[in-house]
Design a protein around this ligand. Structure first.
Ligand SMILES: NC(=O)c1ccc[n+]([C@@H]2O[C@H](COP(=O)([O-])OP(=O)(O)OC[C@H]3O[C@@H](n4cnc5c(N)ncnc54)[C@H](OP(=O)(O)O)[C@@H]3O)[C@@H](O)[C@H]2O)c1
Length: 272
């Protein structure tokens, strides 16, 4: 990212992961600022990465090319309104907060160069996936910089329509919990089939990891990979039939629709 100067407002879990990812990618620590009221949090980041730390948000954004808003959605309005005097349209603002629309950010900050981003928790181990939406005022170069920044913690994909952020929230934002649920259920079933609890858990966890890596690396899609390992009348076939008879696909669709509509509701509440 060359000499791009990046300021993080809020130095919690997500900011720490992004800073860690950026430093790993070779971004110089002297180009990174973080601002947060929690001094212990800041000191930890400073001693780990040697970045610049601030407790004053307005000072922290001075001279920054990119400002990453990484505070909780509930305090975003207050943080933005306080930053409004210090931020300009030459700076790119990336918000990773769930549910805060670009219109609200434009209104609260008074700048138009906004990117909204929905990451997920595996970003904490640099294996996340983020959906990004850019307003019209964002330049091609700024889009590239945002993509590089989010790529530090995993895959970044662009959305042409901001409303699709609700679908991203339903699929990948909340998605890790669905896989945890499946791992939990498979572990419990394994125990009922007689396996020791720790072995059942390891089998479920590593199977999820292996299957996911195969799906990501293969040129075949998930349905083709499933068909490849499902011989007619075999053991996998018996299990898949049981899932399908229980309405598995329909259930997943209903669950994701519920998440998307809750995301929409929360966005409306937070934008008021
Ligand atoms: N964690 C995830 O996987 C995930 C996924 C998708 C989206 N997000 C979004 O990412 C954002 C950050 O999440 P997080 O998990 O990193 O939260 P977090 O760990 O609570 O970090 C937020 C940080 O902001 C600090 N803060 C509070 N008031 C501030 C202010 N006025 N100015 C500057 N900093 C302030 C907090 O300090 P105190 O603790 O002292 O209040 C805290 O250190 C949220 O909006 C969340 O919706 C997170």
């Amino acid at each position: 990212m060359g000499n791009t100067k990046i300021t993080f407002i809020g130095a919690g879990n997500m900011a720490a992961s992004l800073i860690g990812g950026l430093c790993k990618q070779g971004v110089h620590a002297h180009n990174i600022n973080a601002s947060d009221p929690g001094e212990a949090q800041l000191e930890k980041l400073k001693s780990t990465y040697a970045i610049h730390i601030f407790t004053d948000n307005q000072l922290a954004v001075k001279g920054a090319d990119i400002i990453v808003l990484a505070v909780k959605p509930q305090i975003m309005r207050q943080v933005c309104e306080q930053l409004a005097v210090a931020v300009t349209d030459q700076q790119l603002v990336i918000s990773i907060a769930a549910g805060i629309t670009s219109d609200s950010l434009i209104r609260w900050l008074g700048v138009h160069t906004i990117i909204r981003c929905m990451p997920n928790t595996p970003a904490l181990i640099q294996q996340g996936v983020s959906g990004l939406y850019a307003t019209k005022a964002v330049s091609t170069q700024q889009r590239k910089q945002a993509e590089q920044l989010l790529s530090a913690v995993g895959l970044a994909v662009w959305l042409e329509n901001e409303q699709l952020i609700d679908a991203v929230t339903a699929v990948s934002g909340s998605g890790p919990a669905y896989f945890f649920l499946l791992i939990e259920a498979m572990t419990e079933a394994g125990i009922k089939l007689g396996l020791p609890a720790d072995i059942a858990a390891q089998l479920a966890q590593y199977t999820a990891q292996g299957a996911s890596n195969m799906a990501c690396q293969s040129t075949l899609d998930a349905a083709q990979l499933r068909q490849q390992v499902t011989s007619p009348n075999g053991t996998t076939d018996a299990a898949i039939r049981a899932f399908q008879q229980g309405g598995f696909n329909q259930l997943v669709e209903t669950a994701l629709r519920s998440a998307a509509s809750r995301s929409q509701e929360l966005a409306q509440q937070l934008s008021e």
